[in-house]
Ligand binder design. Sequence first.
Ligand SMILES: *Cc1c(COP(=O)(O)O)cnc(C)c1O
Length: 221
Amino acid sequence: MIADEIIRITSELPVGCRLVAVSKYHPVEALREAYGVGQRIFGESHVQELQMKHGELPQDIEWHFIGHLQTNKVKYIAPYVSLIHAVDSGRLLREIDKQAAKVGRRISCLLQLHVAEEESKFGFAPDECMDYLAAGEWSKLQHVQIAGMMCMATNTDDEARIRRDFALARATFVDAQQRFFSSDSAFCELSMGMSHDYRIAIEEGATLVRIGSTIFGNRVY
Ligand SMILES: *Cc1c(COP(=O)(O)O)cnc(C)c1O
């Protein structure tokens, strides 16, 4: 079942778009099943749970942290995390830089854009994000690589609204790429789309889709 879903979704993805299997709240056996059919990128959103799974599962897994990350927890995942999706402040980026320096790494990060209607979500408004990049402080950080942007669309059945949110994220990403990263090919990822809206996200240019419940079912703990 898990294996079938991984194979089905992966076969649907266009070239240049990769699947992040969002395995939060699911036991390591479920991840092993996905691993068994070749899945190597897993997304988690709780530090303690990620620590445990990282310890138990094969070392060639690319672990992505997709949730809201508290600055005081960065140090636990800095030694091995492959990509941090939801960087929503300069303060968090500085802390990731500091912890990456301590372990001799350069950690790839995505800036989280707030494009959804809901007020409570984290992230930079598109204008704020461009202002943050224009200020330039980030470019002095040697141990982080800003590798692109991520967003969540409005939680709605209104496809037009979802499409508008993703299109705004894509436009912001392209604008930033042209203005600040034109000589940096590592700025290349646009993480958007979850179980209910990933097909729209792909049409709007996602390079990473984060899919959980479609693969693993509803959460077990
Ligand atoms: C849980 C989560 C997902 C996956 O959501 P599903 O609806 O289960 O596919 C994607 N992105 C983020 C940031 C999440 O927290």
